[in-house]
Design a protein around this ligand. Structure first.
Ligand code: PEP
Length: 263
């Protein structure tokens, strides 16, 4: 039986005092349940402060990205070793905004390699996170063009197998994958529920082929992309959707609480 998971990705929003007030506010109201895990992923600089707020609470701490080396001359990067020091439990990897898209149109093609995660670097990040006992939340998803060309499953399979290359199946029991169609992120266009379920089922089947079906049954698969209080319940009631990765709506305490109660 998989425990549902709802994770808030704050992206580059909120200064630490605002983030602390947000979490403090919903901690006072959130029902303590053992059938849903709640995670907040603040910007790096807010992590120490939010860690103090969530300590001994029902909320776990996540990060939004990581570099794959422990330490060294990697200006501006943060390692899993450093996240581990601050008791970070989860870390997003492969978000479409860090895979080098950054909104696609806003970034000229020539600058993409400087930002861009590839399946290879995502794989290195996952290995390093697992080494430090931090659970990766691996994002996969197709762009609108890829969907229109009928390449959704192919793209997702490539992203998944690239991210998991060389990882022992037994390490995937605690793993989290988020299906995030790029065209649904921050756009208000939510994926049709039946299609979101179909893709999440496909993700589970692909992990089953890669590792084994028993492991795949334990992997939590989230849906992300314009999840709001009015659509969360239907999405989360699908057999292969184990919760959500929430962007915009996680910045509003009331909306986030309502989404959590839908899980
Ligand atoms: C996200 O950034 O992971 C996301 C799902 O954003 P939103 O909920 O705003 O679409």
């Amino acid at each position: 039986m998989r425990t549902k998971l709802v994770a808030g990705n704050w992206k580059m929003n909120l200064i630490s005092t605002q983030g602390a007030a947000l979490v403090d506010g919903f901690l006072k109201r959130v029902e303590v349940r053992d059938d849903v895990d709640i995670v907040v992923c603040p910007p790096f600089l807010s992590i120490p402060r939010i860690r103090d707020v969530v300590r001994n609470s029902a909320v776990k701490l996540g990060a939004q990205n990581v570099f794959w080396k422990d330490d060294g001359a990697y200006t501006g990067q943060v390692s899993a070793k450093q996240l581990h020091e601050f008791c970070v439990d989860f870390c997003i990897v492969g978000h479409s905004e860090t895979r080098g898209k950054f909104g696609v149109l806003e970034v000229p093609e020539t600058t993409v390699p400087f930002f861009g995660e590839t399946d290879e670097t995502i794989n290195l990040k996952i290995k390093n996170l697992l080494f430090y006992g931090i659970t990766p939340i691996l994002c996969v998803g197709e762009t609108l063009a890829e969907r229109e060309e009928g390449k959704t499953d192919e793209v997702i399979k490539t992203q998944l197998l690239g991210a998991l290359a060389g990882i022992d199946g037994s390490e995937l029991y605690q793993f989290v994958v988020a299906y995030e169609p790029v065209w649904a992120i921050g756009t208000g266009k939510v994926c049709d529920t039946a299609e979101a379920q179909r893709v999440c089922r496909f993700i589970r089947a692909t992990i089953g082929e890669f590792a084994d079906p028993e492991v795949a049954e334990d992997v939590r698969i989230l849906y992300g992309g314009s999840v709001k209080p009015n659509n969360a319940k239907e999405l989360f009631s699908q057999p292969d959707i184990d919760g959500g990765l929430i962007g915009g709506a996680s910045l509003d305490g009331e909306s986030f609480l309502q989404i959590i109660s839908s899980a």
